[in-house]
Write a protein that binds this ligand. Structure first.
Ligand code: 8YV
Length: 328
């Protein structure tokens, strides 16, 4: 019996490739080349399944060129790189990797927020440049994290995990904005208070963005929102590029209209807005919030579990559009 053919679009753990090879005829990408849209489309020819990351775009044109494709399994929790409606309309299953990265991503978001508040990257660059000559009372004086007001935009799984760190570990007051208010059972243990978006920007000492990207969220943080923030406040983005207007943020940082920012995601990454590279009061990391060995392995394993189930008639653990699944 011929085995289904699948494409693994980027390099992943050899153990995960080996597992996939037990079920499928696997074409992988050990050199980790980032393919153009046309290359990806061409390499998917004859493939029933695609194992992808956040760098691969799945759209209607790609699906139309590959009508044999049955499953797209991404090793990400965000899925704005996939046109899910186009997949559903063509009966293509889409799966993602929620939960396994929640705590790891929350650790990193919290660390970035602390690094911005306490000016860690800025002061490290100063020391490495050989500029540390003496102690001074106000050298790199930042703002406190403990006891401060934490403002979370997007109170999903990762937002709640960051809120837990702030409320239970650092005595922070948590305010949040979400389309819908959370149950009292979730709010109460954290002392979390729902506020409208403008109030969040006005009142928070540290704003953390954890909402999924959608066209409605494009530049949800721009010049207007930055102007609402306190001049002592910080902004951290571990969500997606495009949620923040990076040009407006670079300007606000340069003019010290907010104290500092910390960014793990960027508009048009891996390119970074040149204005952000010039300002000292921003911590910049290359989209690594979920990057621990254990978590990346759990993400890859879950994506593989999904692909194996999808193409062997079993129920995939984490589908995004389960409506395309027939009875299994
Ligand atoms: C990934 C992420 O590292 O899961 C997500 O949505 O943004 C990150 O965890 C990245 O997208 C992998 O391609």
């Amino acid at each position: 019996m011929t085995r289904p053919a699948v494409l693994v679009a980027r390099a992943v753990f050899p153990e995960v490739i080996a597992r996939l090879r037990e079920h499928f005829d696997v074409t992988d990408n050990p050199d980790d080349t980032v393919w153009s849209a046309a290359e990806l489309r061409a390499r998917l020819a004859g493939k029933a399944g695609a194992f992808i990351t956040g760098s691969e775009r799945i759209d209607a044109a790609l699906l139309d060129a590959n009508p044999q494709l049955k499953a797209v399994c991404t090793m990400t929790v965000g899925y704005n790189h996939i046109d899910v409606d186009a997949c559903t309309a063509r009966g293509v299953l889409v799966t993602y990797t929620p939960d396994v990265l929640t705590e790891t991503t929350a650790d990193f978001g919290f660390a970035l927020m602390m690094a911005a508040a306490r000016r860690m990257a800025e002061s490290e660059r100063f020391l490495r440049a050989g500029r540390w000559m003496k102690w001074s009372y106000d050298m790199f004086a930042g703002s406190d994290v403990h006891g401060a007001t934490l403002g979370i935009l997007g109170m999903g799984r990762i937002g709640q995990a960051i809120a837990r760190r702030g409320a239970l570990g650092f005595g922070m007051q948590v305010i949040y904005h979400n389309r819908s208010r959370l149950d009292a059972a979730v709010e109460q243990p954290l002392g979390a208070r729902w506020v409208d978006k403008d109030t969040l920007f006005r009142e928070a000492d540290h704003v953390v963005l954890v909402l999924p990207y959608s066209p409605a969220a494009h530049h949800i943080v721009g010049e207007r929102e930055l102007a609402l923030m306190k001049p002592t406040a910080t902004l951290t983005n571990v969500a997606r590029g495009g949620i923040v207007d990076d040009a407006a943020l670079a300007k606000a940082l340069a003019e010290r209209r907010i104290a500092a920012a910390a960014l793990d995601v960027f508009e048009g990454e891996p390119n970074v807005h040149p204005g952000l590279l010039e300002v000292p009061n921003v911590v910049l990391t290359p989209h690594i919030a979920s990057a621990t060995v254990a978590t990346r392995r759990a993400m890859a394993d879950l994506a593989a579990d999904n692909l194996i189930a999808a193409l062997t008639g079993a129920r995939p653990p984490t589908p995004i559009n389960p409506q395309v699944l027939g009875p299994r």
